[in-house]
Design a protein around this ligand. Structure first.
Ligand code: GLA
Length: 750
């Protein structure tokens, strides 16, 4: 028996059993002989390591296509498979599909060997999780070979101390024997032995991202995916499979995510035997990768979370994992600056004088960072020109970005700048000199979304050109923050640098090029705080978090719309990654009027900032904002590092509530929002979670009121908003009504 702390290998050399367990979950699989195929045995709550797992192996005779005449027990269709192939007796969705020179797609990957290691396998050019000082990881690497082509496959599994999840990825090594094409290469395939699940997934659109829904699984195939070139507004790579009885607070749920920002798929199949298969990876449609001798293809890393304590515990596992093992930026541990972005304040109508006036008011209110959005470069007076010409427009900014950045710094503010690197407008240098750098199909219509076209980021010379232009700006001026935008999807996809038989590589190469440019800029400017954006949340995914620790969650800055968007986004992504700003009213997207208090109360549960023209604020509003920024700073450490809990679900009720509890249980902050107030209904009780039942806490609510209660009471009774006079004072009349928020600060007094 081979041992690491979290990976145990038993059985004989031919048929080893692998058990990954950290006391929270167990993930067990084996090698099935005589075929050498990997068989999934168990993935759920931790069970103890044992010497013999044969009881987990299902060896009953089923009718079906036997692999061999003389072995009635071996049919792939009846096994739970670890990485299924196409073309044999498993008729479910496959993890890999290889196109061979003869024209067929029948593979057989056979187990060769395994390695246990403390070093995670490197996934070249891709975002990837890493070990941290706080909790280590162990990895299991399985090598397999395709009997027919000699293609080698490496499956990587990693497990982390203290986190109920594993990660998986696959690496393919081309063979000398023959050149093949990968038509499908999933990051992970998981077979679960039953189908008593509901699928939790998101759908959305521009300005309406991360709308959560929950549906029973049905027999057949269901897919949550993107074919838009980015992870998209429409569906997020995060999904969950929850037991029907699972709630935010309790029950079993599996959460899945992919560290990837391009076309992805979560394909769920419930077969006729009532088992569930889930594939996660790059979307196989429009994908084909040529693999000859010496070629290597690496899939993105998939994350598989297990929780038996409901959706909140699942989300907290994702949050902790990304904070400890994915986000590399030094800004992870630094207090994020409260920012002001001029976009909704000015749109394209900017000049140095105006920006400096806005910055002066911002500074006075206690804002830390001024972000200059779109419109500063080329001759960009509207959205129909200049993307790709990354130099300052001296008509608007006579002292250039350097001059402006210096003046902003002299005021005591940090300075941030907007780019949209992957795009080009007609008439720019790149467009005129390098027509072949633009993704399009010669002779066919090109779709001009927002008047712009997409650069072929898979070409090294494109990445070089953008790197030179952008780093020139960032080196010359003191820039502390970059907002990296991406404002259209990819259509008419073709790379003029690739041969016809490699066009299926274009989309993935595009994503790799985006990562490569990020990587080079981060290396050169390690202190810059990057925020990703894609018309809001069009590329809000875990892949991006590896490069940019925060993302603009939505172009919809309306507080009421944001409740759903932020609630949905928090399913998988830590609050500190969710860009959330207070904007002006009537809201520019929805026309809705809401109070400054509500807008502040919603944006405070994210990376906080403002997106308006501060010159137009009244004296009273400026004074209030000064106080609000102070209050945000007092709770900022909770946003950065606390455990986040959702309670009232805005997709199901008029209310929304959530709260954050400090890891040491000394503090918490809770918010209850009313979207639509109904008369003569009982006030809800806000039951906190995660407090220490033995400790006494002071709860300070609106209107300077406060009560003292023990943790057990706050958790099991809750804050009673319409109870005795003491608690009811929280629900003072001024907090009734549509679009209202109640915020409670909870602090241990012993
Ligand atoms: C996108 C972004 C906005 C803003 C504009 C500028 O829509 O999501 O925040 O930067 O582009 O054109």
């Amino acid at each position: 028996m081979e041992e690491m702390k979290m990976i145990h290998v038993s059985g004989n050399a031919d048929e080893p059993v692998f058990h990954l367990t950290n006391g929270l979950l167990s993930y067990i699989f084996t090698v099935r002989q005589p075929v050498g195929v990997l068989e999934q045995l168990y993935f759920a709550k931790a069970i103890r390591p044992q010497a013999d797992y044969s009881y987990l192996k299902i060896r009953r005779h089923h009718h079906g296509a036997q692999v061999f005449d003389d072995n009635r027990l071996l049919t792939y269709e009846h096994m739970l498979l670890e990485y299924p192939v196409f073309g044999t007796t498993d008729f479910r969705e496959e993890a890999v599909s290889v196109h061979y020179p003869a024209g067929d797609s029948t593979s057989h990957f056979r187990y060769l060997s395994h390695t246990l290691t403390k070093e995670k396998a490197q996934l070249d050019g891709l975002p990837q999780s890493f070990s941290s000082e706080r909790d280590a990881s162990e990895s299991l690497i399985i090598r397999l070979v395709d009997d027919y082509s000699g293609l080698e496959l490496q499956l990587n599994y990693s497990i982390f101390e203290g986190l109920s999840l594993i990660t998986r990825s696959a690496i393919y090594y081309g063979s000398e024997k023959e050149t093949v094409y990968l038509d499908r290469a999933m990051s992970s395939a998981l077979d679960l032995p039953d189908h008593r699940f509901e699928l939790i997934s998101s759908y959305g659109a521009w300005a309406r991202e991360m709308q959560m829904e929950r549906n029973p699984l049905i027999h057949g195939i269901h897919e949550i995916s993107s074919r838009r070139g980015t992870s998209s507004h429409n569906h997020n790579p995060f999904i969950a499979l929850a037991r029907p009885e699972t709630t935010e607070q309790q029950g079993e749920v599996y959460g899945f995510n992919l560290l990837y920002s391009g076309n992805f798929v979560n394909r769920i199949e419930v077969d006729s035997l009532n088992r569930t298969r889930l594939l996660q990876g790059i979307h196989p449609e429009q994908f084909r990768w040529k693999l000859g001798a010496g070629d290597v293809f690496t899939t993105p890393e998939a994350v598989l979370v297990y929780s038996d304590q409901g959706l909140n515990a699942m989300s907290q596992t994702f949050h902790d994992f990304y904070r400890r093992h994915l986000i590399r930026s030094p800004w992870l541990k630094r207090e994020r600056p409260v920012l002001i972005n001029n976009w909704e304040g000015t749109y394209f109508d900017i000049n140095e004088e105006k920006i400096l006036e806005m910055a002066a008011v911002a500074k006075e209110m206690g804002i830390d960072l001024f972000v200059l959005d779109d419109g500063w470069f080329g001759q960009r007076d509207t959205d129909n020109s200049s993307l790709g010409d990354w130099f300052a427009d001296l008509r608007k900014l006579p002292n250039g970005i350097e001059g402006l950045a210096d003046q902003i710094h002299e005021m005591g503010l940090l300075f941030g700048l907007w780019f949209e690197p992957e795009m080009v407008n007609p008439g720019t240098r790149i467009w005129n000199e390098h027509p072949d750098w633009v993704i399009h199909v010669p002779g066919k219509h090109r779709t001009p979304s927002r008047h712009q076209y997409v650069l072929d980021m898979g070409r090294a010379e494109v990445v070089d050109d953008l790197y030179d232009q952008i780093s020139k700006v960032l080196a010359a001026a003191k820039v502390d923050y970059v907002k990296w935008d991406m404002n259209r999807y990819l259509t008419e996809v073709m790379s003029l640098a690739l041969a016809a038989d490699r066009q299926g590589e274009t989309l993935h190469r595009f994503t790799l090029g985006v990562y490569a440019l990020y990587e080079r800029l981060i290396k050169r400017f390690p202190d810059i705080l990057f925020e990703s954006c894609s018309s809001g949340g069009g590329r809000f995914d875990a892949g991006m978090l590896y490069y940019a620790p925060q993302a603009w969650a939505s172009d919809n800055s309306d507080a009421i719309s944001r409740l759903k968007i932020q609630y949905g986004t928090s399913m998988a992504y830590p609050l500190q990654s969710i860009g959330a700003h207070v904007s002006a009213v009537p809201n520019h997207q929805t026309g809705r009027m809401t109070s400054l208090a509500l807008r502040t109360a919603v944006a405070s549960f994210g990376t906080f900032g403002y997106e308006l023209d501060p010159r137009r604020l009244s004296e009273a509003e400026r004074e209030q904002i000064k106080k609000d920024i102070g209050a945000y700073k007092a709770m900022q450490a909770l946003v950065a590092d606390g455990d986040f809990y959702r309670q009232h679900n805005p997709f199901e009720s008029n209310l929304c509530s959530w709260f954050i509890v400090a890891k040491d249980q000394s503090k918490a902050v809770a918010a209850l929002y009313t979207r639509h107030f109904e008369m003569y209904e009982a006030w809800p009780r806000l039951k906190l979670e995660g407090l220490d039942p033995e400790r006494l806490y002071r709860v300070s609510g609106p209107g300077q009121s406060s009560i003292e209660r023990y943790g057990d009471s706050l958790m099991h009774v809750g804050i009673i908003l319409d109870g005795n006079d003491e608690d009811a004072s929280f629900a003072d009349r001024q907090y009734l009504g549509d679009f209202s928020a109640l915020i409670f600060h909870i602090e241990a007094v012993n």
